[in-house]
Every structure is written in C-alpha cells, then in structure tokens.
Design a protein around this ligand. Structure first.
Ligand code: 5AD
Ligand code: SF4
Length: 436
C-alpha cells in the first residue's frame, strides 16, 4: 500500500474550477506527498472547490462541511477553496470551525502552504504571474484545459465573479502555446481554452507588453501546433463577436464548430439593466451571421429569467430569441440575488413563483425545439472524437459541433476520431454505429 497522504476533492461550478482542481492536485502531489482518492472517508485532506454564482450551492456548502465532519477520519483536514472561499473569506472559519484553510479562486497556487499552516486564509485578487506556473496533472488524457485569461473586467450587475476572480488578465501567448504543445504531445488532441471572456483576450497582460494580439490571432497560433486536432473555448462574450472573430471561427478547420453565446436576456431593456453592452438585435445579428458562415454550427447559451424588473414582455423577448436562434443547448437559471452585486440592491425583484413559472415555460419550449432538432439527425454521419468510457458498455465522444454521441465499444476507441452513423438521435445524446 502506498504511504502517500490521500486527497479527496469535490469540484463545483464551471470549467475554470475544473482546471483549478487539476492545478491543486498537481501542486499537492509534486510539492507535498498527496495522491488523489475517490472516497472522503479515507482521505487525509478533504477539499471543496466552491462556486458562488448562485445562492443555492453556497447554502449547501455548510451542510456539506457538516457531512464531511461526521465521516472524515480522525485528524483529517478540511479545506475550502474557489469562489465562495473568495467572497466569504474568514466567515467560513466562524461558521465552520472545523475548516483548516480557506483559499480564494485566485490563490490556489498557495495550496501547499495552506495545508501546512493552521487556519491559513488567502483570498486576495492581486495580479500574480507566478500563479500560471503549475505542475502537471490532467483529468483526461485526451482533452486538455488551458487557461488563457483569469478574472473578468465586465460589471454585469447580477454577477459575483469579478469580486471572486478579480480583474481580467491575459496569460502571455508563449506560455499558452507552451502548455498547449506539452498537452498535445502527451496525447491530448483536443485543447480547451478557458477564460471568463475569451474573446476579449489580449487587452491586458500582467506585465507591460508591446505586441498586439487578440483572440483570433491566438486561435490561429494554437492551430499551428501540429499535434493539436481540435480547439474549443469557453466563454466568449457576444459583445466582442466582431467579424474578424466570427470569420476566424468559421475558417480555421481546427476550431470546433460549437459556440457558446451567453444571451442572459432577450430584452434590450433588461440587457441594459444587466450592463451587458449589447442589444437583442446585435445578438440576433451575430447569431444569424454565425449560422450563415458555418451552417453546421451548434450554438449554446445561458439565460437568466426573472431578473429584477423583468416584465412579461421582457420575458417574451427571451422566448422570441430562442425561437429565432434555435439553440442546440440552453443553460437556464432563475435569477439569484448575490451579495456585492448591483442588481441585488434593485428594488424591483421578481417573486420566486413567477421566476419558476418562467423557467419552466422556457425549458418546456426548449425541449420541444431540441426534439425537433434531434429528429433531423437520424442517418447523419459525424466525425466523433472518443473521450470517455461509460459503465454501460458505451463509449462517449463529441462531434466537431459538440453533439454528445455514444456507441457500443471499449477503451480502444478512446483518443480516436471516427465516423459514426446516427441511428437513434435523442434530445440529450445521439446513439449510433461506427462506419469506418
Ligand atoms: N443568478 C442567476 N444566474 C446567474 N448567472 C450568473 N450570475 C447569476 C445570478 N446572480 C448565470 C449566468 C452565467 C452562468 C455561468 O450563470 O447565466 O452565464
Ligand atoms: Fe466559475 Fe463563476 Fe462559479 Fe466561480 S462563480 S466557479 S467563476 S461559475
């Protein structure tokens, strides 16, 4: 049996958190003697990498700490990191005295120090280039997450993220290329670029730089790495979807043809209140241009319903955009008032029942749209990059435009791109057979 200490880590929230968790594992295994385990009760260190974007997961945090307290072995430590750590800070120690350390979303590089210092607290959001240098750990051999920027400069009035992840800073392109190359050489043919606002890349670096580089240039640079076959990214901002970006997206064959376009609301009035910087017409114009340039593109989005002051007519504008764009995927949320945000102080909050009813109406209609879209996929042949073994004898992969495709098979398919004929298209996954 290995005499290494065991780390159990639970990850909530977005892809940024998934990558931060990889960084934490890399630090703790290379600079201390931890190895990952998948049961909290045998762990020497239990960590929760938290999300604070909505209220629910924040409330759940303290009940979860209670559960871990009961099941953890004697002497095991509990550490809280991520966005809720950033915004609650030492309040976490007060509400949960069993917690040993609190590490903000921008401070995960200090995890080794945190584990070895009693009641360690670090939640600042300063610039720090050293935080990009991490040891190597990846959840998947076939897909590599690569951060291209950290933080967010936008001031969306509903969003807590600028307070938890700080100002937006682009990571120097040479570091990104180096990391993408290293990952690709070790077998990750798909590179997944991460940032809060990826298509605002290049506006500010932490050190003074003369060169001008934007996100389109970065995509083209990464695509020159021979071993990289596919490039994905999240999240772009609709405001920065200029023609150059859409054309690069369309033309570069290594850039996968799925675009996340977070709408948030279809009402120009609500978009103004949210300080999103674009109108309903701009959003529709960009989405239509995208469909025109890339006929097989799939477009996903995030929508918030019942933002303060949202009238029936405003909500109908969101419904209208989903009719017109016919998104391939929607992440819909009921507005949740967050501390430190402007919208939390608005006096025209919408009652919870209205919010739930709007959410249901939107999701019901979207499910009908998805059934219609799926029914047209029967018989299509898609290039699928296989990434994951499922425990029901199926292997899952993604088409270039991000459809989840599953076929019968085994681990030999992993890391391969193969043609699959769709025989049973369902709303959430397409089932098919390999034809080559
Ligand atoms: N309430 C509800 N949803 C929110 N999001 C961000 N902040 C809030 C909030 N206060 C949603 C947005 C964002 C996604 C990650 O979470 O749609 O794009
Ligand atoms: Fe990610 Fe935002 Fe949640 Fe932080 S608050 S984990 S940035 S989704």
């Amino acid at each position: 049996m290995s005499n290494k200490k065991k780390l159990y880590i639970e990850t909530l929230g977005c892809a940024m958190n998934t990558r931060d968790t990889e960084h934490i594992i890399a630090e703790l295994s290379s600079k201390d003697s931890y190895e990952l385990c998948n049961e909290a009760k045998i762990a020497d260190l239990i960590m929760i990498n938290t999300c604070s974007v909505r209220e629910k997961p924040v409330n759940k945090l303290f009940s979860e700490i209670g559960v871990f307290n009961k099941l953890k072995k004697d002497g095991a430590k509990i550490g809280i990191c991520g966005c809720t750590a950033s915004h609650l800070g030492d309040e976490i120690f007060k509400r949960a005295p069993s917690v040993s350390f609190v590490l903000g979303a921008r401070n995960v590089s200090k995890v080794v120090e945190a584990v070895n210092t009693d009641k360690f607290l670090s939640v600042d959001i300063d610039y720090d280039e050293s935080t990009y240098a991490f040891g190597e750990f990846r959840n998947s051999m076939n897909k590599a997450y690569v951060n291209i920027s950290i933080g967010c400069d936008k001031q969306c009035t509903y969003c807590i993220v600028p307070h938890t992840r700080g100002d937006e800073i682009s990571i120097p392109p040479e570091l990104i290329i180096k990391e993408a190359k290293k990952a690709a050489l070790s077998g990750a043919k798909e590179i997944f670029l991460l940032g809060q606002n990826v298509n605002n890349y290049g506006k500010r670096f932490s050190s003074k730089r003369d060169e001008k580089i934007d996100f389109s240039d970065l995509l083209n640079l990464i695509s020159q790495i021979e071993e990289v076959e596919r490039i994905r990214f999240t999240s772009p901002h609709p405001l920065h979807m200029d023609d150059k970006f859409l054309e690069t997206f369309a033309k570069n064959p290594k850039v996968c043809k799925s675009m996340h376009m977070p709408l948030q609301s279809g009402s120009t009035h609500i978009l103004e209140q949210m300080k999103r910087g674009y109108t309903k017409e701009w959003f529709l114009n960009r989405a239509m241009k995208l469909r025109e340039l890339v006929p097989n593109v799939s477009i996903s989005t995030d929508i918030i319903v019942a933002f303060p002051g949202e009238s029936e007519k405003d909500f109908e504008d969101s419904m209208d955009v989903i009719e017109k764009v016919r998104f391939e995927q929607i992440f819909a949320f009921k507005y949740s008032a967050r501390p430190l945000t402007k919208a939390a102080e608005f006096t025209n909050q919408i009652d919870s029942e209205t919010g739930s009813a709007r959410l249901k109406k939107l999701q019901d209609r979207q499910n009908e749209i998805l059934d219609e879209i799926a029914s047209q996929k029967s018989g299509q042949v898609l290039d699928v990059y296989f990434e994951e073994l499922r425990n029901n004898g199926l292997v899952a992969g993604r088409s270039d435009n991000n459809a989840l495709v599953q076929v019968e098979g085994n681990e030999e398919l992993l890391g391969k791109t193969l043609k699959v004929k769709i025989t049973n298209p369902r709303r959430l996954a397409l089932y098919g057979e390999i034809v080559q």
